[in-house]
Design a protein around this ligand. Structure first.
Ligand code: SAH
Length: 210
């Protein structure tokens, strides 16, 4: 079976989850298109279309495909959106977002991962992604406000700067809580603060500080 067939088989499986359903056609189309096997370590390409997280460089992980799908679903993305992502990692979630929205701004703490993701996404022809290497805790004030913010590493509490950089009516997706497991929240930003729309128990790597 080739990678295209493997990928479609994986996506078909993700569509069968009944709780936390993946239904947005734009998300499904992006998952069918982005070649996840190019984002994992070459020695693990045959596992790229199985539904679990895999290790990448710098002690980090490429998220489980279902979690990438669910986070993309819960973001309620629209074509004209500008999205901020904290934790580029392999760049796979970045690529999925970039298939759907106008511009993705992505920040990665480890410069090695940042470079690697940028090279790969450039090679794949993505022109609507802005990269930054460094600490994403403070967000990207020069480009705020964002329609959506997605954080792919866990925090103990929601960083106030990230909350401040989401438009009112926009969404913030973020795993919150200590080890060993956290709650992934889909928040809606309202005038008087964040309102939790969805939640799921998850495990993420921690947000690192300099
Ligand atoms: N969506 C990515 C997930 C990578 S894991 C993927 O599927 O590949 C989370 C990433 O967050 C790691 O690469 C880690 O280095 C990064 N990270 C941790 N702390 C960070 C911070 N303060 N700012 C930006 N990125 C951070």
């Amino acid at each position: 079976m080739n990678y295209f067939e493997r990928r479609n088989r994986l996506v078909n499986r993700l569509l069968r989850y009944e709780v936390g359903e993946i239904a947005n056609p734009k998300v499904i189309q992006a998952l069918r298109k982005v070649p996840r096997h190019l984002f994992v370590d070459p020695s693990q390409q045959l596992d790229a279309y199985k539904d679990y997280a895999l290790p990448i460089a710098c002690g980090q992980t490429i998220s489980q495909p279902y979690i990438v799908a669910l986070m993309s679903e819960w973001l309620a993305l629209e074509t004209e959106h500008r999205v901020l992502e904290i934790g580029t990692g392999s760049g796979y979630q970045t690529a999925v977002l970039a298939e759907i929205v106008k511009t993705v701004y992505t920040i990665e703490f480890h410069s090695h991962l940042c470079q690697r993701a940028q090279n790969l996404l450039d090679q794949l022809g993505n022109e609507n992604i802005e990269f930054r290497c460094g600490d994403g805790y403070e967000g990207w004030p020069e480009e705020a406000l964002f329609d959506r913010i997605i954080v792919t590493c866990r925090v103990e509490t929601v960083p106030p700067q990230l909350e401040a950089q989401v438009k009112v009516g926009g969404r913030l997706l973020i795993p919150v809580g200590p080890e060993p497991s956290q709650i992934l929240y889909a928040y809606k930003k309202e005038k008087n603060g964040l309102k939790a729309l969805e939640k799921l128990q998850v495990r993420f790597v921690p947000l690192l500080r300099p």
